[in-house]
Design a protein around this ligand. Structure first.
Ligand code: CP
Length: 309
């Protein structure tokens, strides 16, 4: 692949190759010396047009640990604030010969558009409601390490599915890797065409969580609700928030996941989120660095091959 724009473009063998390499990088990241040289001599620019903690920090660490020159563009102080367009900004940076461009943007499809205009490899760090491919890959790696496999697992994705690029990328990946997916949430927070996604759909947590292996919780993404229906947080927590009582319906060894940022007491009980016997939320963050190292390493190999040809 030339870019990493979405899980929709990845075959199962490509997903497995990224996860296998990320497993190696996860081991490297636990060593005292965490450095590799896969990106030495390359320039990585991170452009985040939307807020981020985990994704931006882990892409920066991933690039630095592999020897890239990493620049974080501060979009708040850039000429975007003077009216410069996304494409003009990208073309300006392209003229500085970056090798890897990591982009987060609030508009679905913006990263694909940008990738058509530049010469370097582009990685989608989340675009609108469309995709967040490295999040799905780090989630898959976390599940594979906890459960030993991805196929024939029952995975519940719960909450605001409609506005979630994390849910969309996870549905694509988990379907491709032959997991069985249940979507659980209020009908108002299910996406259009949910019946065609290849998932079982539940409106009730008690029914949907029965005997699942993995429970993935999602934040209410109010910033993408466009003035539509926003449920009351208290009522939402009562019906759809994950607590110990609801989790007891899943398998006894079911793991609890959340991509972050999380709203404690809205979609998940804070004590449960911190319970290291059930919650793998911190493992997800750890795997985020490893997956981004693997993704950039593989794109850099492709870039070098194309330049050598
Ligand atoms: N999961 C995720 O994308 O987190 P950030 O918004 O903090 O990057």
């Amino acid at each position: 692949q030339r870019h990493l724009l979405g899980i929709e473009h990845l075959a199962p063998a490509e997903i497995t190759a990224i996860l296998d390499l990320a497993d190696d990088y996860a081991a490297l990241n636990r060593r005292a010396d965490k450095h590799g040289d896969a990106l030495r001599g390359l320039t990585q620019i991170n452009m985040f047009f939307e807020n981020s903690t985990r994704t931006q920090a882990s892409f920066e660490l991933a690039g630095k640990r592999l020897g890239a020159d990493v620049m974080n563009m501060s979009m708040q102080t850039s000429s975007v604030k003077k009216g410069e367009t996304l494409i003009d900004t990208a073309m300006t940076l392209n003229a500085m010969h970056p090798d890897l461009l990591v982009v987060r943007h609030p508009s679905s499809g913006a990263v694909d558009l940008l990738a058509q205009k530049v010469n370097c490899a582009v990685l989608n760090a989340g675009d609108g409601r469309h995709e967040h491919p490295t999040q799905a890959l780090l989630d898959a790696l976390t599940i594979r390490r906890a459960k030993g496999r991805l196929h024939r697992l029952n995975v519940a994705i719960c909450g605001d599915i409609a506005h979630s690029r994390v849910a969309r990328s996870n549905i694509l990946l988990l379907n491709r890797m032959e997991s069985r997916i249940r979507l659980i949430g209020p009908p108002t927070l299910m996406p259009a065409g949910v019946a065609d996604l290849g998932c079982e759909v539940y409106g009730d947590m008690a029914e949907g969580l029965k005997d699942v292996d993995v429970v993935m919780m999602l934040r209410l993404q109010k910033e993408r609700m466009d003035g539509g229906f926003i449920p009351s947080e208290r009522e939402y927590y009562h019906r759809y928030g994950l607590d110990a009582e609801k989790l007891a319906l899943a398998k006894p060894d079911a793991i609890v996941m959340h991509p972050g940022p999380m709203n404690r007491g809205v979609e998940i009980d804070g004590t449960l989120a911190d319970d290291i016997n059930r919650s793998v939320i911190q493992d997800q963050v750890e795997m985020g660095v490893a997956v981004r190292m693997a993704a950039m390493d593989l794109l850099a190999r492709n870039l070098r091959d194309r330049r050598a040809a």
